[in-house]
Ligand binder design. Structure first.
Ligand code: GDP
Length: 243
């Protein structure tokens, strides 16, 4: 399992490595910035069938998912499209890459765990998420947003179970962003990282590609690293994925 950001603090890192990392980060952020709204769907069979690699963003409501997507794409309102009335229980798709030759999709999945949601809606959520994570063929990676102060909740663990077989055999990659890290001191940050690594423990087989990183929209922690990971997942030949 990779704890991202480690390479940035490695004192043995050469100046050339540093310059390469900066260039890779710039490329990745320029790519994430191309994200634009494509379509919205309330059921799996309404999603376009596509060959493009798809990265899903998931997390409890209020975990900071919309803010993280907006920061990653450097667009103030992109993911707030997902928060407009009528779209909160939908899967919202964004397209990335050149306009005429898009090369990836981001899928913003409904936030879960909102206490006021009725039982029927919760069951429907489970079904949509389980189905999406188990069968969406083009799914390449999952970014799970977890509030760094709360850690993994029961619903987060349940969601991990849906996708665990595909993560375990390496066909779907996984990045956990511990959000709102600006609210933690150093000791709490270390503890949050190790608790997350422990929670992911059983998924981390030899084949699995699972990363964990502290993330803060407020002080911009982890944004470049996360962008490089997502770019690497969808552009395996580009050489930007190795952190
Ligand atoms: P979502 O429901 O998961 O999409 O969560 P939002 O992106 O709407 O964020 C929920 C709340 O957390 C909002 O009040 C945000 O301003 C706040 N928030 C999001 N990211 C951060 C962060 O990095 N640091 C801090 N301190 N607050 C954040």
């Amino acid at each position: 399992m990779t704890a991202l950001g480690a390479s940035m603090t490695d004192t043995n890192q050469t100046a050339k490595d540093g310059a390469d990392t900066l260039a890779a980060e710039k490329t990745a952020l320029a790519w994430t910035h191309t994200a634009r709204f494509l379509t919205t769907a309330s059921q799996l069979d309404q999603l376009p069938q596509t060959e493009l690699p798809e990265i899903a963003f998931v997390g409890r409501s209020n975990a900071g998912k919309s803010t993280a997507i907006n920061m990653l794409t450097q667009q103030k309102r992109l993911a707030f499209a997902s928060k407009t009335p009528g779209r909160t229980q939908h899967i919202n798709l964004f397209e990335l890459g050149p306009k005429l030759t898009p090369d990836a999709l981001f899928a913003d999945l409904p936030g879960y765990g909102y206490a006021a949601v009725a039982r029927g809606a919760k069951l429907r959520w489970q079904q949509v998420m389980a189905q999406y994570l188990e069968v969406r063929r083009s799914l390449t990676g999952v970014v799970l947003m977890v509030d760094s102060r709360l850690g993994f909740t029961d619903l987060d663990r349940q969601l991990l179970q849906f996708v665990a077989p595909r993560v375990g055999n390496g066909s779907v990659k996984m990045l956990v962003l511990l959000t709102k890290a600006d609210k933690l001191n150093r000791k709490e940050s270390r503890e949050a990282l190790s608790a997350a690594q422990a929670a992911l423990g059983e998924m981390t087989t030899d084949e699995a590609d699972v990363g964990v990183a502290l993330f803060s929209a407020l002080n911009k922690t982890g944004i470049g690293d996360a962008a490089m990971v997502l770019h690497g997942w969808t552009h395996p030949g580009a050489g930007a994925a190795s952190l």
